[in-house]
Write a protein that binds this ligand. Sequence first.
Ligand SMILES: C=CC1=C(C)c2cc3[nH]c(cc4nc(cc5[nH]c(cc1n2)c(C)c5CCC(=O)O)C(CCC(=O)O)=C4C)c(C)c3C=C
Ligand SMILES: [Fe+2]
Ligand SMILES: [Fe+2]
Length: 340
Amino acid sequence: MKTAVILFNLGGPDSLEAVKPFRVNLFSDKAIIRAPIFIRFWLARFIAARSAKAAEQNYALMGGKSPLLELTQQQARTLEGVLGGEHKCFVAMRYWHPFARDVAREVKAWNPDRILLLPLYPQFSTTTTGSSLNDWREAAAKAGLAKPTTTLCCWHDDAAYCAATAALVDESIAEAKAKLPGSKIRLLFSAHGLPESIVKAGDPYQMQVEATVSGVMARLRDKTVEPLVCYQSRATPQKWLEPSTIDAIEQAGRDGVAVVVVPIAFVSDHIETLVELDIENRHIAEKAGVPGYFRVKAQNSDPAFIAALAGIVRRAEGPGLCRGGSLCGPSHKDCPFNAA
Ligand SMILES: C=CC1=C(C)c2cc3[nH]c(cc4nc(cc5[nH]c(cc1n2)c(C)c5CCC(=O)O)C(CCC(=O)O)=C4C)c(C)c3C=C
Ligand SMILES: [Fe+2]
Ligand SMILES: [Fe+2]
């Protein structure tokens, strides 16, 4: 049976010229800016233009483009190798190439017997997974791609994913302890932030982030470190989830503890790990007098992580789907696809 596995991520600009249109696409999404279309059209351009210079400078620090597409394509190739047989992995991005509309046509040409949708966002948010899946459904309908389709939602508490992440965290704790013997260490689980209003409207993201953190903590070899969940990358003036990663770093400075920062809502390096965490927040930590700043590696194509994704795919190929054709993990009372 030919199975197409579609990997979804947000996408990133592939040149400095693409930064502005990429950001206009992002802020034009009704899942991100919840305003009527005619207001959103102008607001998107206004917000995108307002902070365009700073964004361009940040992409310039990464060589003038986002590495997200290459890293996701590498994940796709590695996963395809692990799954073997008649699996083919495709990558569809939400706000820059390759767009769902083009990928849907490619998938149709390959003519699979079934399709598995695998968002590379471990936690469900209406702003990320929800938006990508809606975009895919529209694109598939337009391309006339009507094959049995299963959504692999909500793998935030998947045991193998949590174990693979815990192994990466353990590596950084060991490095911190070796460099700063005797120092107290705080684990900052830094998730992408969200406007609080989106969470209040029922988005399960924050709950799922906390579940991921519990799952990772339970699987750490080194249990001597204290965890704290915080939220990074605030992008609009509204109130966002708290505490912010910056506040948490400054607090660590006041408390005189070293920090190990775990990017917990992304599985690939991109601007928010390579620039925000590695450059900006490291600088903030130095200024705040934090005795040591360590960043846990993103999963990228880590073999244990790819094996976890392969496990999620294989489970979807067996029985046990939740209502609506989605795969549910063991504890999905909050699964957005499981509503009647
Ligand atoms: C209101 C704005 C935003 C929300 C909500 C948001 C949620 C969100 N985003 C990610 C993951 C990524 N975001 C990326 C880029 C990016 N995101 C926003 C804004 C919001 N994100 C902006 C303005 C940008 C562009 C970067 C910039 O201008 O500084 C990316 C790609 C980065 C890259 O390398 O190109 C990812 C990935 C998550 C997980 C999330 C909510 C859970
Ligand atoms: Fe974002
Ligand atoms: Fe689910």
